[in-house]
Design a protein. Structure first.
Length: 441
């Protein structure tokens, strides 16, 4: 080999070594003082030795984090794992959180559990895939982690062996995870803002950390990363084809001009009547209300409302409307006919809905959002608010996925988005076809 070739080889080796060292260093940051603490210290405390208050607090926090939703397979035992979660990189299967010694958390220590939340590592140090939202749960306090651990260890043990993830190469390798973490993850703790109230800081802690709201309400890049837990600017939920609207934009789901009582009511019951229009949590957000937020205390919901109100400042009325795309008289007439046949009986001839039952479509920002994914999904699958203790018998909307074609839905939604004062872009049949597919389980 020539001297030039040897020099290039040496430079390449040195560069690779430096890159590898950087990746390793970035993946170990914040863990230097954990080694001694992470040693397993023995079996869990016998029944009765863990304070009942700590277990109760852990149960509450598990609800706040909606842990059971992902860690319970359809028809399976609660928290026993095995649920398949489809991602653009393959399918991830959730783990068993019950205290079974061989297949669950039975051999985990409290420090190891905290490391999973805080550093995204398993008990043996293996890197966890970021479908587990450790980029958010890294902010969970050690006390709350220990309470969660105590609660999970109090559950009945269920034998449920881990199912290997079905991820494509190279996403199924620890090396790829190490690079991803070096690029997009830094362990941290929640830092209260001294200029804000205790209530605001509590709300920020819940929204940014355990609630991991940005897991849905943020855009993701080609490698599935968000800009961080503070990014709540809205994004399409991969595979599911639901759009989690921006919590900062008044044209989408910003609530800066809402009274806190309305925000609390929506999170508590799944519905709230505002300005003669009914706002409903549906799709994935309906599940969050059903399984998580309806069970939170009014104090915590109020804290979340206080925080969410500060994410945007422009009132909706001040936002300039988007001019709708022009449509031919024939298309407009067809849209009006489809609306008359399938929608007007509930939503009214003028899209004004029925108070306390069916939402108004006129002036409804869920109708006029730039991304029409949720409208498409609701027409296809039906619209169902969660059944909550505060609203146990919600009205629902039947699905039309087997009744209307892609073109029918596109024309109908274009009609909704361009009448009764609504001014939003037309919906194409191509868009409907795009959002029709769903890999959700």
């Amino acid at each position: 080999m020539s001297r030039l070739g040897l020099r290039l080889l040496a430079v390449g080796v040195i560069g690779f070594a430096a890159l590898a060292a950087t990746v390793v260093a970035l993946n170990l940051r914040g863990e230097a003082n954990l080694d001694a603490e992470l040693e397993y210290t023995g079996a869990p405390a016998p029944d009765g030795q863990v304070p009942a208050e700590q277990i109760a607090q852990g149960a509450y926090l598990a609800r706040a984090g909606n842990c059971m939703a992902c860690h319970t397979a359809r028809g399976g035992e609660p928290y026993a794992g095995g649920r398949g979660i489809d991602t653009p990189f393959g399918t991830v299967f959730s783990s068993n959180l019950t205290p079974d010694a061989e297949t669950g958390l039975g051999r985990w220590s409290a420090p190891q559990f905290w490391r999973a939340l805080h550093h995204g590592r398993s008990a043996d140090g293996r890197l966890l895939v970021p479908a587990f939202p450790y980029t958010s749960t890294t902010q969970v306090s050690r006390a709350d982690s220990d309470a969660l651990y105590a609660y999970l260890r109090s559950l009945p043990a269920v034998v449920s062996p881990a199912q290997p993830h079905d991820l494509r190469f190279p996403f199924n390798t620890q090396a790829a995870l190490a690079v991803w973490r070096a690029l997009y993850f830094k362990p941290g703790v929640f830092e209260p803002d001294a200029t804000r109230s205790a209530e605001w800081n509590r709300g920020a802690y819940l929204v940014q950390g355990l609630g991991h709201c940005n897991a849905c309400h943020a855009k993701r890049n080609a490698l599935g990363a968000t800009a961080g837990p503070l990014d709540l600017g809205g994004g399409l939920i991969p595979i599911q084809n639901w759009y989690a609207p921006s919590l900062t934009d008044p044209r989408e789901a910003g609530v800066a001009d809402w009274p806190e009582t309305d925000i609390v009511a929506l999170l508590k019951t799944g519905v709230v009547d505002r300005r003669s229009s009914r706002v409903t949590a549906s799709g994935p957000m309906g599940e969050v209300v059903l399984r998580s937020t309806q069970h939170l205390s009014d104090a915590d919901l109020g804290a979340m409302a206080t925080y969410l109100k500060t994410l945007g400042t422009a009132p909706a009325a001040a936002v300039e409307a988007v001019s709708p795309s022009a449509s031919t008289p024939a298309v407009a007439g067809r849209g009006a006919k489809l609306y008359e046949d399938h929608c007007a009986a509930c939503h009214g001839e003028q899209g004004d809905g029925v108070a306390g039952a069916y939402p108004s479509l006129a002036g409804n920002r869920a109708v006029t959002m730039t991304v029409p994914a949720n409208l498409v999904r609701i027409v296809l699958e039906g619209g169902f608010a969660p059944s909550t203790s505060g609203h146990p018998r919600p009205y629902g909307m039947p699905p039309f996925g087997q009744t209307l074609s892609n073109d029918d839905i596109a024309v109908l939604l274009t009609h909704l988005r361009s009448n009764w004062g609504n001014r939003a872009q037309a919906v194409s049949s191509v868009e409907v076809n795009r959002y029709r597919g769903s890999g959700a389980r």
